[in-house]
Design a protein around this ligand. Structure first.
Ligand SMILES: [Zn+2]
Length: 426
């Protein structure tokens, strides 16, 4: 049997969207034909890269190694992201599928740059002055394929706005389904996330984007029908996280600087540090240079207390290293700060510690996955998937092993489980 799995990550699709999706033809078709879970639990932090890494490896961040979107780079307020496959410490499903001789493709899939898939369009941006975007793009993906697709679908790429990018990657995905007999296709759609960040979690602008995503889903379903492989294809659609609307930002590293924990030279370059926070919007991961240094622990604890107390109460919870370990985030982290509702962390070291949110930034994620109303959505339909199953709460780490099972493979390192209750593998 020649199994095929099409995975569509609709970035930012949340459980609150379900009533609207039931009115959109292609989402509704999948829900009617397949299984649904309206309470998929993410991992901490609920950021796109750690979540996608957890999905595709079936593991928590402490094991797969991507505990935030960005790398831990003290002194850099625009750190590099975990763009590349090499940051994963356990093999992702696409490696296992590739090794088994299956055809795999990743289109803007997080942390899949420079992976060995047959077709790769990497998700990547410049983060340093002087970097060349075309060079980054071609050197991190499949250059001839990118060139070929860029020419073939150039009329769709009117700009690098997410709306146009999603149109382009959907056209490329449809092409791969129709012409290249792909076994595992991983597509990441961005426009819903961009819109929610910009306008707010429940903004009216979201409705139009949900319609656009439904239309794109329709194109993929049509491509599959045209290819003649529809009956052997499983479709998986999910959202990675929900959002919290925000009004206040917290410059946590500026607070460390004020407490004398960061030293800069006269040009403003960081020359030594005792504590630095890698900011994940709704949470911040604090690492001490020397975790045995009791004076630094006292100093950061005083900073945290100030941010938790009184009218400045912008931090909801401080998790200690023992708690961080239990939540399976990452061994290099000494504390995690969870922001209060409406507050988020940014890495800057200059400016007031507490400031109003940026105007163009109305909602964020990155908070603890167990916040009320903060779960995301999972839909599956097609080959190997039972019809009419309403799944009880699942975890995003269950998806990797389940996708593997649909392909007739196994994820040996997975901490999640195969969702057998929705499968009918004959
Ligand atoms: Zn996301």
């Amino acid at each position: 049997m020649n199994r095929r799995v099409v995975v569509v990550s609709v970035d930012g699709l949340s459980s609150v969207d379900l009533p609207r999706l039931q009115m959109l033809p292609n989402f509704r078709e999948l829900m009617e034909r397949g299984s649904v879970c309206r309470e998929m639990r993410g991992i901490y932090p609920t950021q796109t890269y750690p979540l996608h890494a957890s999905l595709i490896t079936g593991c928590y961040p402490y094991r797969h190694g991507i505990s935030a979107n960005t790398l831990f780079q003290p002194g850099r307020t625009s750190p590099d992201w975990h763009w590349f496959r090499r940051f994963l410490r356990v093999p992702p499903l696409y490696d296992i599928a590739h090794r088994a001789g299956l055809k795999t493709a990743t289109l803007l899939w997080p942390a899949a740059g420079r992976s060995r898939n047959r077709y790769v369009i990497p998700e990547i941006k410049t983060t340093r002055p002087g970097q060349s975007f075309p060079w980054l793009l071609f050197s991190s993906g499949s250059p001839l394929f990118i060139l070929h697709m860029g020419i073939r679908y150039r009329s769709l790429l009117k700009s690098l706005r997410y709306y146009h990018l999603d149109n382009l990657t959907t056209a490329v995905a449809s092409h791969l389904i129709r012409k290249r007999k792909i076994n595992l296709l991983l597509l990441h759609l961005l426009d819903l996330d961009g819109t929610r960040h910009r306008y707010g979690f429940r903004a009216s602008e979201v409705q139009k984007v949900l319609e656009d995503q439904d239309r794109r889903l329709g194109l993929l379903l049509a491509a599959s029908r045209e290819s003649g492989s529809f009956a052997e294809t499983s479709f998986i659609v999910f959202g990675d996280h929900a959002y919290v609307d925000v009004h206040t930002r917290i410059r946590i590293n500026a607070a460390f600087r004020a407490a004398g924990l960061l030293d800069f030279d006269t040009k403003g370059k960081l020359v030594s540090w005792k504590a630095w926070a890698n900011c994940c919007e709704g949470s911040a991961q604090v690492t001490l240079y020397d975790r045995k240094d009791a004076a630094t622990h006292r100093a950061v604890t005083a900073v945290f207390a100030e941010l938790q107390e009184g009218s400045r109460g912008v931090v909801e919870t401080v998790y200690t290293r023992e708690q961080v370990e239990k939540m399976r985030v990452g061994e290099h982290i000494d504390y995690i700060l969870e922001a209060e509702d409406g507050c988020y962390f940014i890495p800057e070291v200059e400016g007031p510690v507490i400031a109003p949110a940026e105007d163009k930034f109305r909602a964020v994620h990155g908070y603890h996955p167990d916040r009320p109303g903060y779960s995301s959505l999972f839909l599956a339909a097609g080959a190997g998937v039972r019809q009419g199953v309403e799944l009880r709460p699942i975890r995003i780490v269950d998806l990797g092993p389940t996708l593997a099972a649909l392909l007739g493979l196994a994820l040996p390192h997975a901490e999640g489980r195969v969702l057998k209750e929705m499968l009918d593998l004959g």
